[in-house]
Each structure stands twice: as structure tokens, then as C-alpha cells.
Design a protein around this ligand. Structure first.
Ligand SMILES: Cc1cc2nc3c(=O)[nH]c(=O)nc-3n(C[C@H](O)[C@H](O)[C@H](O)COP(=O)(O)OP(=O)(O)OC[C@H]3O[C@@H](n4cnc5c(N)ncnc54)[C@H](O)[C@@H]3O)c2cc1C
Length: 489
């Protein structure tokens, strides 16, 4: 397919932003494709962030961040409904404990009003603690924004890609864009398998690597500033401690260290904000944990280190200007998205709208498809069904009677469904279904998931990886063991 089809638009990068643009373009009568270097969609910054749908009071009025965050936030209810993605409008609270912090809070309230954030209110100490009784007693004032929420970011990227594909878009994973040239009226994109792809328009949504792609296209630009953030996840037994996402007053570098109830129902604390020379350092550290834990315990004293079950880190594509950057080249036919740091997840659907406008200005035809279907088929989440519904799905498919991940109650039926929707790796199954995300962190279910993946994909367990490339889980001796044991069919 790589050498034959000419595309109207090719998107580089399958994060939450690239897939939002792909889905928006799939409404139109166009040939479109997305190229992603990782084995699966959403494994860049999209896989490792706080998952907050920001309200918009953090961003300086008049910036792209402010405009696109508030617009993006307003789009989330419909988006999550159409794509059946977990989204919870739990509300955000920025809290103060000193007179100085109270002043800062009032500034953000004013900023939020200017940005047209809806429903904000200032709460005194009593009203704050009535809503969140486990907040530290010293907290004297809170800015509450009920429009804020949390979403499952990886599922959103996956769902956008699935829906775009159902509407005719091509998604190609495992292909790194290595070179781009422009001849006549078309872009010629060379991928690391030696194939070339051609298109009339190009969207560079390569996240941390967008600066490198922009340079290949001839732009002289400031490099992206990688900024790592570590996050720590708690067991679901302490999820009831907090309902709102709790923010301190921000620091000059970030929104500060937060307590976040995730869309999947765990509490999470983080992130740190550490500028690094590398784009791929996703290690977590003892210092990071100490910094985060000691800070958040001052917000919610009942947090206990022993309830932490997992950690991860993501790297922000730090903007050299502090705002999202929309560059273009080749008379507007190539668009380069740079510095899509926070609130990039929130803004993603609004960024897609903006990019479509830029492409229209450069001449991209905007004829709607009469048969565009905005809805992704509903995903069966067994744990959330009523007893009667559970009986019904098991009658239709007995694989739903077999619980594979005991911590999260994820069934074999859900794992097979994830594989049919594109999962190729253990992490691909994990992020689509939550299998392996519970207290035992996959200690029990990983071998079973390897077996199911191998069976469904028609390969040996030895070929199954954790996250593609050379992340094999089994060695040859283990394969022999599996042949004799229960894990091999
Ligand atoms: C710790 C942390 C917390 C955050 N919290 C929030 C939050 O709570 N709310 C919020 O709104 N935002 C948050 N953000 C920001 C948000 O995560 C990002 O803005 C968003 O994920 C950016 O998505 P993207 O699609 O631009 O980038 P990515 O997800 O990085 O996608 C870019 C893709 O391009 C691919 N790619 C790169 N080079 C090539 C190539 N040569 N060929 C092919 N493919 C290529 C990559 O593999 C990657 O998949 C946070 C970020 C971090 C790090």
C-alpha cells in the first residue's frame, strides 16, 4: 500500500493529537493516512500523563493554550460519548493555605473568567472541607472549576484511531518517518522499511520529535525542551479519599504536584517537572517519589506510601515559547505542531479543528462524507455490567466467563476483543482493557495474556513482546517449559 496510493493528507505521529486530527479529517471525502513509529498507537507522551481535562484557568489569556484548552474541554462530553471512552467530570480544585497563595488563587479565578471558563467558584475553608473532608485542615481557600474532568488518554487515542479507520482512514504503526522531500506538488515521505508514501498535504504531529521533522522540511526552529514528569498510582482501596483533582498554586515551570482521581478509579500523585537533554528518559526515581509524596501529603495527609502500586514517567514536548506552536511550510501545505505540552490532551479535539482550518486555507477540499459515523461500537467492560447483563454476554460468548486479570476483573472475552481491535502486545492489551493494572501489576495474568495473544495472532508465545521491538517476555528455555505446561495450547 505504501508505494501505490497517493494520499490527500498524511499525518506523522499517532498520539492523542495526531489521531484527533485523523478522526476530524475522516469526516471529509479525502484519502488520509497516519504513520506511527511505535508498534501501537498512543505510546508517546499520550501514554504517560495525568489524564486531566483541564478547565482552562491555568493558561494566560489570549494564548493558544487558553483558547484551545477551553474549547477542547467543552468538546469532551460529546467526544467521550461518541467514542465510548471513560471520562469523568469530577471537577478541579486549586487550593491555598497562606494569604499569599490566596492572592494567587484570586488571580487564577480572574484569568479563568477572562478565558471564559464556566461555573467557577471560590470556596472558603468550610465549604472546601465539606466537599473534600480529607484535605489538610490548613487549606483556607479553594478555586473550584466543575467543568474539569479526567479521561483515559491512551483509550482516547486508540478510540479516535479506531473510529477514523472505520470511516476509511489508514493507520500504519511500526513505521518511522526518516525523510521527507517535496517534488512537483507532492510530499514524498520515506519510512524506515525503505517504502515511500506520497501526499499533497502533510501534518507533523510527532510530539517530542516534531522539531526534527520540521527541520527535515527546511524550517529553522528552536528545539523542543524535553521535560520529564514522574507519576505514582495508588491501589483502588484508597480511591475514596478525594473526589476533585487537587492542584496547589502553580510553579513557574508546571502546574505543580497534584492529587488526581483517574478516570479508571485509582488515585494518582504527580508529576515532577525536570528538564532533561534526552527525549526518551522515562525512568522513575527515589528522589522523584520523595518529592511527590512529601508534597502531596501536605495536601491530603491520609495518603500512605504503602498504598502505591505503580509508577511511570512521561516526557513533555516543552515549548520554546511557552505556548503551542503552529508553524507551516510549503505554502501552508505542511503544518508542524510543536510544543504541544500540557494542556495538549485537553486541547486535542480543538487542535484538530484548528489544523483543519489551516489546511482549508491552504486549499484542502472540505467536502463532508454523507455516511460518516462518529460512533465507535461500545466496548464490553464486564466489571461494569449488571448481573443480568453479565449472564447475557456470557451466553453469547463463554470467554466472558473466564476472568484472566483477577485484580481488575478482566475477562478473556475482553482480551480477545482488544486483540481484534488491534492489540499486538501485552501493553497493548493492558492499556485497552486494564488487565495487569491492578494491585499485583500483572504478576498473575501476564502469562495468560501472552498465551491468548499467541493463540489469537497465530504465533508462538516466544514472539509476543511487552511493547514491541526487543521487549520479548520469554526466552527459548521458557518456550520449552510452556510446551509442557498449561500455558501452551
Ligand atoms: C507527566 C505529564 C503529565 C501531563 N498531564 C496532562 C494533563 O493532565 N492534561 C493535559 O491536557 N495534558 C497533559 N500532558 C500533556 C499531554 O500528555 C500532551 O500534550 C499530549 O499527550 C501530546 O500528544 P501528542 O499526540 O502531541 O504527542 P505524542 O503522544 O508524543 O505523539 C506523538 C507520536 O509521534 C510518534 N513519532 C515521533 N516521531 C516519529 C517519526 N519519525 N515517525 C513516525 N512517528 C513518529 C511518536 O511515537 C508518538 O506516538 C502531560 C504530559 C506529561 C508528560
Amino acid at each position: 500500500m505504501g508505494t501505490k496510493t497517493h494520499y490527500d493528507v498524511i499525518i506523522i505521529g499517532g498520539g492523542v493529537v495526531g489521531t484527533a486530527i485523523l478522526r476530524a479529517l475522516s469526516r471529509l471525502q479525502l484519502k488520509i493516512a497516519l504513520l506511527e513509529k511505535q508498534v501501537e498507537i498512543g505510546w508517546g507522551t499520550t501514554k504517560a500523563n495525568s489524564g486531566i481535562v483541564h478547565a482552562g484557568f491555568h493558561s494566560t489569556p489570549g494564548t493558544w493554550k487558553a483558547k484551545l484548552c477551553v474549547r477542547g474541554n467543552a468538546m469532551f462530553e460529546q467526544l467521550s460519548d461518541e467514542l465510548d471512552v471513560p471520562f469523568w467530570q469530577n471537577g478541579l480544585m486549586m487550593v491555598a493555605r497562606t494569604k499569599e497563595e490566596e492572592e494567587t488563587l484570586r488571580h487564577y479565578y480572574q484569568q479563568g473568567l477572562e478565558n471564559k471558563v464556566t461555573g467557577m467558584e471560590m470556596l472558603d475553608a468550610e465549604a472546601t472541607h465539606r466537599l473534600e473532608p480529607n484535605l489538610a485542615p490548613e487549606i483556607s481557600l479553594a478555586l473550584r472549576a466543575p467543568s474539569g474532568g479526567v479521561v483515559a488518554p491512551f483509550e482516547l487515542a486508540m478510540a479516535q484511531a479506531e473510529n477514523a479507520t472505520a470511516n476509511g482512514a489508514q493507520v500504519q504503526t511500526g513505521l518511522r518517518v526518516e525523510d521527507i522531500s517535496h517534488t512537483g506538488d507532492e510530499f514524498v515521505i520515506t519510512t524506515d522499511d525503505g517504502n515511500t508514501w506520497t501526499s499533497t498535504y502533510l501534518v507533523n504531529s510527532a510530539g517530542l520529535f516534531a522539531d526534527e521533522i520540521a527541520k527535515i522540511c527546511g524550517l529553522e526552529i528552536e528545539p523542543i525542551i524535553p521535560r520529564k514528569g514522574e507519576e505514582y498510582l495508588f491501589d483502588q482501596s484508597v480511591s475514596d479519599l478525594i473526589t476533585h483533582t487537587i492542584f496547589p498554586v502553580p510553579t513557574p515551570k508546571s502546574k505543580g504536584i497534584l492529587v488526581i482521581p483517574t478516570a479508571e478509579g485509582n488515585l494518582m500523585i504527580g508529576p515532577t517537572a525536570l528538564e532533561l537533554p534526552y527525549k526518551d528518559d522515562v525512568t522513575t526515581t527515589a528522589e522523584g517519589l520523595d518529592e511527590i509524596f512529601s508534597f502531596t501529603q501536605k495536601l491530603v495527609p491520609r495518603l500512605n506510601r504503602r498504598d502505591i502500586i505503580a509508577s511511570f514517567a512521561g516526557v513533555r514536548a516543552g515549548s520554546p515559547t511557552g505556548d503551542f506552536i503552529f508553524d507551516s511550510s510549503h505554502s501552508g501545505k505542511a503544518i508542524h505542531l510543536r510544543g504541544i505540552e500540557s494542556p495538549g490532551l485537553t486541547a486535542a479535539p480543538a487542535i484538530a479543528e484548528h489544523v483543519l482550518k489551516m489546511l482549508a486555507k491552504a486549499g484542502l477540499p472540505q467536502k463532508e462524507k454523507p455516511d460518516f459515523n462518529p460512533r465507535r461500537p461500545k466496548v464490553i467492560r464486564f466489571k461494569e455490567l449488571s448481573d443480568a447483563e453479565k449472564e447475557q454476554v456470557i451466553r453469547e460468548n463463554p470467554l466472558y466467563a473466564h476472568v484472566v486479570c483477577r485484580c481488575e476483573t478482566i475477562t478473556e472475552g475482553e482480551i480477545v476483543d482488544a486483540i481484534q481491535r488491534g492489540a499486538r502486545t501485552v501493553d497493548g492489551v493492558k492499556f485497552r482493557t486494564r488487565a495487569g493494572m491492578g494491585r499485583c501489576q500483572g504478576g498473575f495474568c501476564t502469562p495468560h495474556i501472552v498465551r491468548i495473544l499467541a493463540r489469537e495472532l497465530g504465533v508462538t508465545p516466544l514472539e509476543i513482546t511487552k511493547r514491541g521491538n526487543d521487549s520479548q517476555l520469554l526466552v527459548a528455555e521458557a518456550k520449552e517449559f510452556l510446551k509442557g505446561g498449561k500455558l501452551h495450547d
